[in-house]
Design a protein. Structure first.
Length: 256
C-alpha cells in the first residue's frame, strides 16, 4: 500500500477549507471536492490516470462543510485500499452519496440551527453588559467545535475508512443539536429578562414590570418545541422585548 505523508494529508485538509469556493447548482461542492482531493489522487494514480479517476470525484457532491473532512479522510483510505487491490464492495461515489446527505442534515441542525444561535445569544448577553469582548467570544464559541470536528473527523475517517461513520454515530449529533437548541431558547429567555430589567432600571421604573416579558419567554419556548427556527426566535423575542418595554412604559404612565 502506498504511504501518504502527513504533508499530503495536511494539504487535503487545508484545501477542504475552500470546499465551497466553486459551488454551483449543477454539482454543488463537486469542484471544490476534486480540488481538495487532487494531491492524493495525483500521488496514487499519476497524471495519466487523473482524467479517469477525476470522473468519480468531480461530480455531484454535497454535505456540511464542517463534516466534509470526515468524508474526505474515509475516501482517502478507500482510495489507498483500492490502489492496493482491496475491494470492499462499496465504490467511492456510492460512499460519498451514502454519507453526504445524512451528514448535511445533521450538520445543519447542529451547527447552523443549534451552535450558531447559542454562541450569538452568549455574545448578545455580553454585549448588553457592555463587554467589548463579545464579538471575540462569539467567534471562539462558534468556531471551536467545528474546528474539532474538522480535525477529529478527518483523522478518524483516514484511520477507519468505511467504519468512520461510527465516529459520528457515537457522538449522537442529533441529540446534541436538540440540546443546543434548547439551551439557546433558555439563553434567549435570560437575555430578554436582562434587557427588560436593564431598560426599566435605566428609566427608573418599577422592576416588577419586567415580569411582563414572561409571556414572551414562554411563547419562544413553545415555538421552539414546535420546531421553529432558532434564528427566527431571536427576531421574535427581540420584537416581543420591544413590545413589552413599550407596554410597560404605558403602564407606568397610568400608575398612581
Amino acid at each position: 500500500m502506498v504511504k501518504i505523508g502527513r504533508w499530503k494529508l495536511f494539504q487535503v485538509w487545508l484545501r477542504l477549507l475552500l470546499l465551497q469556493g466553486s459551488w454551483n447548482f449543477e454539482r454543488l461542492q463537486g469542484g471544490g471536492w476534486f480540488y481538495a482531493m487532487a494531491p492524493i489522487l495525483r500521488l496514487l494514480y499519476g497524471e495519466k490516470e487523473m482524467l479517469r479517476i477525476a470522473r468519480e470525484h468531480v461530480g455531484y457532491f454535497n454535505t456540511h462543510p464542517y463534516l466534509a473532512p470526515a468524508v474526505a479522510g474515509a475516501v482517502i483510505r478507500l482510495e489507498l485500499e483500492r490502489a492496493a487491490g482491496n475491494d470492499h464492495g462499496v465504490g467511492i461515489a456510492e460512499f460519498k452519496e451514502m454519507v453526504g446527505t445524512p451528514y448535511a442534515a445533521v450538520g445543519d441542525a447542529l451547527f447552523w440551527g443549534g451552535l450558531r444561535p447559542l454562541a450569538a445569544g452568549v455574545a448578545l448577553l455580553l454585549a448588553a453588559k457592555g463587554l467589548v469582548v463579545a464579538p471575540i467570544v462569539f467567534l471562539v464559541l462558534f468556531n471551536a467545535l467545528p474546528l474539532w470536528f474538522r480535525i477529529a473527523g478527518f483523522l478518524s475517517g483516514y484511520e477507519l475508512g468505511l467504519r468512520s461513520v461510527e465516529f459520528l454515530q457515537r457522538r449522537k449529533l442529533p441529540d446534541l443539536a436538540i440540546r443546543a437548541k434548547e439551551a439557546s431558547v433558555v439563553l434567549l429567555g435570560g437575555v430578554a429578562a436582562f434587557l427588560v430589567f436593564q431598560l426599566l432600571d435605566g428609566e427608573q421604573k418599577p422592576l416588577w414590570l419586567g415580569f411582563l416579558a414572561v409571556p414572551a419567554v414562554l411563547l419562544c419556548g413553545y415555538l421552539a418545541r414546535r420546531g421553529i427556527s432558532t434564528l427566527l426566535l431571536v427576531l421574535i423575542s427581540s420584537a416581543l422585548i420591544m413590545i413589552c418595554s413599550i407596554f410597560s412604559a404605558d403602564v407606568v404612565v397610568w400608575l398612581p
